[in-house]
Design a protein around this ligand. Sequence first.
Ligand code: PEP
Ligand code: MG
Length: 538
Amino acid sequence: MKIGIPASRGYAIGQAFIKKHVELNITEEKVQDVAKEKDLLRKACEKSKVQLEKIKKKALDSMGEEKAMVFDAHLMLFDDPEFIGAIEGEIENNGLNALKAASDVSSSYVAIFESMEDEYMRERAADIKDVAKRLMNNLAGIEDSFDIEETNTIVIAHDLTPSDTAQLDKEKVIAFLTNIGGRTSHSAIMARTLEIPAVVGLHDITESVQNGDILIVDGIEGRVIIDPDHETVTKYVALQEAYNQEKEELKKLVDVKAKTKSGKRIEVAGNIGKPEDVHKVLENGADGIGLFRTEFLYMDRDDMPTEEEQFGSYKYVLEKMEGKPVVIRTLDIGGDKQLPYLAMPNEMNPFLGYRAIRLCLDRTDLFKIQLRALLRASVYGNLKVMFPMVSSLSEFQKSKELVEECTVELKAEGHDVSESIEWGIMVEIPAAAVMADELAKHVDFFSIGTNDLIQYTLAADRMSEKVSYLYDPMHPAVLRLIKMTIDGAHSQGKWCGMCGEMAGDETAIPTLVEYGLDEFSMSASSILRAKQVILEQE
Ligand code: PEP
Ligand code: MG
């Protein structure tokens, strides 16, 4: 048995799939033997076609003809004399190696399709990217690490990036396990959003299991049992049933509003990373969205989302929430969240470095695209915007100046902007908590980001399983800062929420209710349990 950090509740019994971590190494190296390189390309195309035929067949069985047709389009590209011919041309005429030639040609195809007027044609760029990725992986001999074919799969990795986690196919993946990470690393947060059990910080799980091993994952106690005997399987099947039954029973609270016994109404909201996550939040009867981590819109792609794309996502969430509050956080990139297409400095302490609002105030070109999208979407619902990682008032003020600039521009262009947007900050740096009463004079609300606040207060990296014993939400210093923040907000008649994982921690909720926290925002899967705990408070 292996013991790690329980990161997402629930039980799973399935087979191991070990995700290999391999980067494509594209070099400028020229080829000597052109015929050999063209042969490599041909073989990679053949291999890709065989893979695609398999996927297409599965898609036909599971999703129907229409979805499967997408793979016909992919297959056709491998026989397209223009596309493949252009790659061959680069090998023949410019002596490029096949990998570099495939990368260059596909990038230029993608750029052409992305610049087209016609939306259908623009969408084809995504198909070319998929095809190019498959072709390049096959050229480099890399197995597509997320080509998971079996259902009941437990993914095992050294670490999963947030975008890896976002790609997990819930139809097939029933749990995941990682060597590193803590309860508040972003892959753990994503697991709770996906509602699949996860255990992280297992040190050497990638070495301890083989592909295909049968595993039991206990996401409540943080246990992994490798090749269990019959008796153990029976025991866990019973635990799983009891857990599912308990979840079923909590459903009676979907339409119940959270109130303490003395009648104090408390908002219970959901955290989301992608617009589609809004459905799970609504299914669980949330009062609103307390944190939309917009950086996920920027991940799992090769370029920045445009103003139009972002506008579409924000409008979607606001409309689906039908007037309920939606707190959208501006881009919080850096720390454990990186974008493949945004060069970031190599820092010794990325969590203390160039991230979140610091990056946005430096790259106002990127920031303004997001602010414009938010302002345009504001007329479709009840929007509140907050800035991450604020350490001093000037960062909030500079951000608000950019908001003003964007508002003037948008109005001149004929767009409507809501007059009632609330502007707040995340309190996740101790300096902000200490200065909360002053900051509260300027902002409309606070949302406490305990995931970061705890790591900065206790100097215990939230990603490190080695110091996870220090990472204690109930440490008196953390509690004191939380209380100061809530009191600071209330002293100026402002509201204070919490969107860090502590808000959904049933052992912390009673203390937070006592401190007067107004809004609790958490993964959708924690909402009903949190309501139950609040209903039991005096
Ligand atoms: C936090 O720090 O508590 C928070 C909610 O933000 P993130 O986890 O995205 O850093
Ligand atoms: Mg944070």
